[in-house]
Write a protein that binds this ligand. Structure first.
Ligand code: G3I
Length: 347
């Protein structure tokens, strides 16, 4: 179906899931990434603790192994991530001044990772989860980032000085990514609880504009990743029209929108909730399919027993034995509908 989806879109549409080589059963992954998922994101193998376990020593073994897994099946590969306040290497927090981090440590890391992975990566999460959960409407990009409550203390230039004093770490990461990545690789800010008309989403848009203004990276190389870790409950997800409004705001700028980490926790694993989950999944997929600027859709963890949200949350497309759930059938139906040239279904 996916080649026909791409044909209608007029550009490659990347639909896939996370993978890491340690995950089992491998035969299930082999089958699924040959038949259903055609795009690979390493769940943990491209994060900073994995890729620079010792300062200055690049280790892209797992990140590259995941890309090789993709390539061997004709799949594309996206990079997650070069900077995140979690899963940082042990040598980093507390040992460097802000100017060392911005001037040297962060750019060097971004360069060795993005450069080492080469130009074929579809997009990189250059910075992950840098906006606060309690951001309020009208904040500047810096206020949005400063409002994040859980910044670690990662500098050595005094007691308790957090990494974030200004946005120079973001600009340094993006400038280096732009100088290093392939010409078709999109550079993303990626975050959760975003997608609608709300303060946190406004912050993502303010941040991407600020990156553009300060680094001069063209808008058509930038992206916002909407993680979409959802809950099948009132208020646990955005409506299709809310997503469409946000995606279209970005399209006017030339910025790509991506669904980067989709999963939906169930309140209860009943048939009714499985159908509710399927309907939300289908709407998110349609919001992406029918938007001109949404071309990557990634499901976070391919099956319930491997999900970071735990098996009882039943948050993925396939159950704990790897069997398709209603949401998997719904996804296939929405892809087929789009590929067949049909109009967008109602919510
Ligand atoms: O690799 C170590 C292993 O050496 C050790 O023995 C084992 C013992 O617990 O831990 C292993 O590390 C775990 C790692 O996954 C690899 O399996 C960590 O404990 C565990 O915390 C880590 O969880 C990952 C989590 O990010 C970290 O915060 C999840 O798999 C991963 O799905 C999750 O993904 C994040 C995205 O990157 C960003 N957005 C949110 C999303 C969900 O939290």
């Amino acid at each position: 179906i996916l080649p026909a989806v791409s044909a209608r879109k007029g550009q490659a549409f990347h639909f896939g899931s996370t993978y890491d080589t340690t995950e089992a059963p491998q035969s299930w992954f082999d089958t699924m990434f040959e038949s259903f998922f055609k795009h690979v994101v390493s769940e943990n193998g491209c994060k900073w603790d994995a890729t620079e376990p010792e300062q200055g020593v690049s280790n892209l073994t797992e990140c590259q192994a995941c890309r090789s897994f993709a390539t061997a099946r004709g799949n594309s590969f996206r990079g997650h991530n070069t900077f995140w306040h979690q899963q940082m290497p042990a040598w980093l927090p507390g040992n460097f001044t802000a100017s060392e981090l911005v001037g040297n440590i962060i750019p060097q890391h971004v360069k060795q990772e993005i450069g080492g992975m080469g130009p074929s990566v579809t997009s990189w999460d250059v910075v992950n989860e840098v906006v606060g959960d309690n951001a309020t409407t009208g904040m500047t990009a810096l206020q949005c980032v400063l409002s994040k409550a859980d910044w670690p203390t990662v500098t050595a230039d005094g007691s308790g000085i957090p990494l974030v004093k200004d946005l120079s770490f973001v600009y340094a990461a993006f400038s280096t990514a732009f100088a290093t990545a392939g010409p078709n690789t999109r550079l993303a800010v990626n975050d959760y609880n975003t997608g609608g008309q709300d303060a946190k989403t406004e912050c993502e848009i303010a941040l991407i504009k600020s990156i553009h203004e300060n680094t001069h990276i063209p808008f058509d190389r930038l992206a916002i990743g909407f993680q979409s870790h959802l809950t099948a409950a009132v208020g646990g997800f955005y409506t299709k029209s809310e997503l469409a409004t946000t995606f279209s705001t970005l399209a006017k700028l030339g910025v790509e929108a991506m669904i980067t980490e989709m999963d939906i926790e169930l309140a209860t694993n009943s048939t009714a909730f499985l159908r509710y989950q399927a309907a939300i999944w289908g709407d998110y997929l349609d919001a992406c399919l029918y938007a001109s600027n949404c071309n990557e859709f990634i499901n976070w963890d391919p099956r319930d027993d491997l999900s970071w949200r735990g098996l009882p949350a039943a948050a993925t497309l396939f159950d704990g034995e790897g069997n398709p759930k209603p949401a998997a059938y719904e996804v296939a139906a929405r892809l087929e509908n789009f590929a067949a040239g049909k109009p967008e279904p109602c919510s």
